[in-house]
Ligand binder design. Structure first.
Ligand code: IMP
Length: 195
């Protein structure tokens, strides 16, 4: 099955390719010749992932899926959520986003948070969505060198290490993105079996 993952990120492409396994020809945006950033103008993860997938489906007529992820913090009414990448402003580094998050959380008692990924798949014009969630807490100061984004301040429930202190393999096993991708992979594999 030929399918496009609407991402420019080679690491994401590799991770998803591994989970999908044989039987899939996975194409990224670079291979498609799409060099521009995709539109992300919506106010929800569902809306943004759908907007990206629809953009590619309409432009290239190929079955495709797109993802969008956010960190949702309970005491901040779900912020930074869909704005996670640009919480401290456009073009800012993860360090700045983390600093703003810790500042906004400093007087809050409840530090619960979750990472949530939504994947939108468009297959033969039909739209399907898959969600992956991992709950945990935000700690007061960053810990760990691996990972990216908010990994150094997030400890998943049931663990003592932040995502940035875990190996990539450990993180992928329990992560929001891993869970959403597993759901997508299960769905696509069932489709292949049926046909
Ligand atoms: P994207 O939708 O995967 O591009 O994620 C949007 C933003 O959410 C990223 O720029 C990061 O700030 C944050 N983010 C997404 N996934 C993770 C993760 O696994 N760990 C930490 N931060 C993440």
């Amino acid at each position: 099955m030929k399918i496009c993952f609407a991402t420019h990120n080679p690491n994401k492409l590799k991770e998803v390719g591994q989970i999908l396994g044989e039987g899939f020809e996975l194409i990224g945006l670079n291979e498609l010749g799409e060099n521009e950033e995709l539109p992300e103008n919506q106010k929800t993860l569902e809306g943004n992932s759908r907007e990206k997938a629809e953009y590619i489906y309409k432009k290239y007529g190929i079955d495709c899926f797109a993802d969008d992820t956010g960190l949702e913090v309970y005491a901040l009414d779900g912020e930074p959520g869909v704005y996670s990448a640009r919480y401290a402003g456009p073009g800012k580094h993860s360090r700045d986003n983390i600093a703003l998050l810790l500042e906004n959380l400093k007087d809050k008692e409840n530090k619960s948070a979750q990472f949530r990924t939504v994947i939108t798949l468009i297959k033969k014009g039909r739209v399907y969505q898959f969600e992956g969630v991992v709950t945990g807490i935000i700690i007061d100061a960053p810990r760990g060198k691996d990972g990216f984004g908010y990994d150094p301040v997030f400890i998943p429930k049931g663990f003592d290490q932040t995502f940035a202190e875990m190996s990539l393999g450990q993180k992928n096993e329990i992560s929001h993105r891993g869970l959403a991708i597993e759901k997508l992979a299960g769905f696509l594999k069932r489709k292949i079996k049926k046909n």
